[in-house]
Write a protein that binds this ligand. Sequence first.
Ligand SMILES: Nc1nc2c(ncn2[C@@H]2O[C@H](COP(=O)(O)OP(=O)(O)OP(=O)(O)O)[C@@H](O)[C@H]2O)c(=O)[nH]1
Length: 158
Amino acid sequence: MPMPKFRKVVILGYRSVGKSSLALQFVKGHFADDYDPTIENTLNKSLMIGEDEFQLQLVDTAGQDEYSLLPHSFVLGIHGYVLVYSVTSFKSFVIAKIIHSKLQDRRGKGLMPIVLVGNKTDLASQNREVKVEDGKKLADKWGAAFMEASAKDGEVIN
Ligand SMILES: Nc1nc2c(ncn2[C@@H]2O[C@H](COP(=O)(O)OP(=O)(O)OP(=O)(O)O)[C@@H](O)[C@H]2O)c(=O)[nH]1
């Protein structure tokens, strides 16, 4: 048996956009309604992609704002990023752009695998502040993957 391949992915975004909930839904398959701000939490999951086994380490981080500094540990030895905003918060979309530009400053403009996720689609019919097309356009500009999701419904997370 070949050795599993190790990948470390950091989840970043504004406060309360659902970073922990997405991570929990992805790793454990459930959702909690209560809100407990994260300091930092690492979750592990092994998954098969084709014939390859990957050991995924997901780092769930504290909510960032425009003034937050990106620690070294979010830059060195990281294989990819999940940048999360909430479709119900325009501010969180702005913060996602700010985080992306901080990442580029620190890592350079070379390859930086990113998935941009617009979370909380279950609330979108009442409270949408970010259009799907705007999320998609931003991800295209970055050369990133894009999806909208709901950690609550478990929609598209796996
Ligand atoms: N309706 C709905 N609520 C969600 C969803 N995802 C997260 N929430 C709720 O939003 C609140 C914040 O979720 P968290 O997952 O803690 O958000 P976070 O981004 O990790 O927050 P910080 O640790 O402060 O950065 C909680 O009350 C969650 O239950 C979703 O997809 N739909």
